[in-house]
Design a protein around this ligand. Structure first.
Ligand SMILES: Nc1ncnc2c1ncn2[C@@H]1O[C@H](COP(=O)(O)OP(=O)(O)O)[C@@H](O)[C@H]1O
Ligand SMILES: [Mg+2]
Length: 315
């Protein structure tokens, strides 16, 4: 069954294909004979009740420096497609939220992966708060008295923006750190939103594990070990990818999340676990599938397309 697929993503000329999960998904789609049309989020238009965009046919190749060919641009109605892959990267801001509103107009007749309304409703560091018993002690607030009380109780803490990504502005504050007041002030002027205050997990030295779930089921994992001179495990911050397995607790976490992920139509999800504690549920544009495969793990792109094809066939 050849599908008509549209991919909504950031400019393809700028991606690093070695680590890009979207690219891995596109290679697999092409190999399966699906037709791929490419557009960037700024090409969407809602005209009355109909959503239009200008797409270009896309061919991909696993060759750095020569990884794509685009065909002639064509204005189309988004509803023409069987599947839209929502692979726009954060920031998760009002532009992103507007994108989800537009995509919601065509879903589920056109299957949008992940479900755009659910992407909107499940920001990575908010959705996870539905599972407090799986998480480290965590507070979402911008209230100084709340943060001081949390700090008094937990001592060693981390402060990070609620809508941050890639390790941006993630700070550890040791119990006696005199910079707390200034850091509070800096957060208060920098961010309009509340932010995350979390118990510091010393196990982060052993890594922050990305576990990928496809339609609620465990698909693969990669551990990311921070550089010796950084708290942050994000690969863009020098975190080193390492092959890994799941601990019994991590299997338990996956089991607990499965029903909620399935019910929400969150087909491709990446969760992050530090020292057996769940810290994030990434649904906007999760990554990690190329690292998993490069380290000898399974082909998660194939698993994703198996699920998408099954869902389309069942329509
Ligand atoms: N509670 C914590 N304890 C220890 N390290 C943490 C904690 N929270 C975040 N970190 C470190 O900071 C990195 C980035 O934080 P994270 O919450 O994953 O935000 P982001 O969305 O920016 O990836 C993590 O990969 C981890 O290395
Ligand atoms: Mg993270």
């Amino acid at each position: 069954m050849a599908l008509k697929i549209a991919v909504q993503m950031d400019p393809i000329e700028r991606i690093n294909i070695r680590g890009d999960s979207t690219f891995a998904m596109l290679l697999e789609a092409q190999q399966r004979g699906h037709a791929i049309a490419y557009y960037t989020p700024d090409r969407l238009a809602l005209s009355g009740a109909r959503v239009f965009t200008t797409v270009q046919p896309l061919k991909v190749r696993d060759e750095p420096g020569d990884h794509f060919t685009l065909g002639e641009p064509r204005r189309v109605e988004l509803a023409e497609f069987d599947v839209v892959l929502l692979r726009q990267d954060p920031p998760f801001d009002l532009a992103y939220i507007t994108s989800t509103h537009l995509l919601e107009r065509v879903h589920p007749r056109t299957l949008v992966v992940n479900d755009p309304a659910q992407v909107r409703n499940a920001p990575e560091k908010m959705f996870v708060m539905e599972f407090p018993d799986l998480m480290p002690p965590t507070l979402v607030t911008r209230d100084l008295a709340e943060i001081k009380a949390f700090r008094a109780e937990h001592g060693d803490i981390v402060m990070k923006p609620l809508y941050g990504k890639g390790g941006e502005a993630v700070f550890r504050l040791a119990p006696q750190d005199l910079n707390f007041g200034s850091l509070y002030d800096l957060f208060a002027v920098t961010f309009r939103e509340p932010w995350v205050v979390q118990k510091f997990l010393p196990q982060v030295r052993d890594g922050d594990k990305r576990i990928i779930l496809v339609d609620g089921e465990f698909a693969g994992a990669v551990n990311r070990v921070p550089a010796a001179d950084d708290l942050r495990s994000n690969m863009v911050r020098g975190g080193a990818p390492k092959a890994t397995d799941l601990t019994p607790r991590e299997r338990e976490i996956c089991k607990r999340l499965a029903p909620s992920l399935r019910a929400r139509g969150l087909l491709f999800v990446g969760i992050d676990v530090i020292g057996d504690y769940l810290t994030e549920i990434n649904v906007t544009s999760p990554t990690g599938i190329r690292s998993v495969k490069a380290l000898g793990g399974p082909d998660i792109a194939a698993m994703i397309w198996d699920r998408v094809e099954a869902k389309r066939a069942a329509r």
